[in-house]
Write a protein of this length. Structure first.
Length: 381
């Protein structure tokens, strides 16, 4: 862990050095960051200082309830950390907060990958790639999403611990935190937790149905406890979640394949393209092209793709199950109804699921490749 933290700090320092030195230590993008996030932080900061805080926020549109919302900023620990600084420092605070978010994300990812892989090299590599993935870098523009991304590996780690009979109450607490923070992300994370633990069960040597039922009941009980702990925020958010115009209900109309050639090219090339920002997600394709398809941000590294491609040459016990789950997720990417099912609309925010399975594939490659490295050089071509 110590080695991981040192590497993580070095990478974070290198990553944030540019805005620190050349942009007056300001990391705020045009769009949501300027129009929503910064005004919200500033308004909350002023309300606390003036003693005028209420659960009605006048800084967003015509006003909104602070708790009953798709993204409840009151659930972000970084909102309260900002109170330690004066109002005129808040524009610089976002760089500090994002650096801390990335650090905690890396630590939590390392803890979770430690449950799956044995070698320190694999754990550190995957944790760093998860931390600085295309998904994370895309949503630096809307830093509230990075809070959810930070919680995800912690949830996966604690769910593994819970099934081993440890830290079960902590799993409930993090479920409560995610619920308070965003019902929207709770929905996506719940789907992924189900997919992930079905996968984990199918990779067990002893796949007894009683074990499956026991694992499911165990997680569901502590999951439910987490919802009950935060029901005062969870219940009123349900109506907001279901009534927002960004949530689609025409799922039956989307049971078809969207095989737009530009979309296919955009999707495949996105695995190889670093994400610069929400406005520049793919170096191989411009968003100015008409009908370019969705904005994809599944990049972790080109090495991830090469490692996963080489899995066909490697023997490991999870191979068939892993390839089935990965291919299924990739196929779902081209079914519009799957997008609605996974994240409520035609956005592809749920693609963190694909990204995580890709990283798991790289982990299997790193842990199981025994042949001379020249065997894998064909992928460089």
């Amino acid at each position: 862990m110590k080695r991981m933290m040192i590497l993580l700090i070095l990478v974070i320092v290198g990553t944030f050095a540019l805005p620190l030195l050349y942009n007056d230590a300001i990391l705020l993008y045009y769009g949501d960051a300027i129009e929503i996030v910064y005004p919200y932080f500033l308004h909350f900061h002023q309300q606390i200082q003036n003693g005028t805080f209420s659960f009605w926020n006048h800084s967003m549109g015509l006003g909104t309830n602070n708790i009953a919302n798709l993204i409840n900023a009151l659930g972000s620990p970084f909102l309260y950390l900002g109170l330690l600084f004066p109002s005129n420092f808040l524009k610089h605070y976002f760089l500090l907060a994002d650096a801390l978010r990335f650090f905690l994300t890396g630590v939590f990812a390392y803890l979770w990958f430690s449950k799956l892989f044995k070698t320190e090299q694999t754990r550190i590599s995957l944790a760093l790639l998860y931390t600085f993935s295309g998904w994370a870098l895309n949503f630096v523009i809307f830093t509230f999403y990075l809070d959810a991304y930070m919680y995800l590996p912690l949830l996966l780690f604690l769910s593994e611990e819970s099934l081993e009979g440890r830290k079960q109450l902590w799993f409930s607490i993090v479920i409560a935190l995610v619920s308070f923070y965003s019902l929207y992300f709770l929905y996506m994370f719940s789907i992924f937790l189900l997919i992930y633990h079905i996968y984990r069960f199918l990779t067990l040597e002893n796949r007894d149905f009683k074990i499956l039922v026991g694992r499911f009941v165990n997680l569901l009980s502590y999951y439910t406890l987490g919802l009950l702990l935060i029901s005062f925020a969870f219940v009123p958010s349900i109506q907001v979640f279901l009534s927002t115009p960004r949530i689609e209900s025409n799922i039956l109309e989307g049971f078809r394949f969207d095989l737009n050639p530009l979309r296919i090219y955009n999707f495949i090339s996105s695995f190889f393209s670093p994400v610069m920002s929400d406005y520049n997600t793919n170096l191989f394709m411009s968003r100015d092209i008409p009908n370019y398809g969705s904005v994809f941000y599944v990049f972790t590294s080109s090495l991830t793709v090469l490692g996963v491609l080489n899995l066909v040459l490697i023997r490991f016990k999870e191979k068939r199950t892993y390839l089935f789950f990965l291919i299924t997720l990739l196929v779902l990417s081209f079914i519009p109804a799957a997008n609605v099912l996974m994240n409520g609309n035609q956005h592809i925010r749920w693609h963190f699921m694909i990204m995580i399975f890709m990283l798991m594939g790289l982990g299997y490659f790193l842990e199981n490749q025994t042949k001379p490295k020249w065997v894998y050089l064909f992928t460089l071509v």
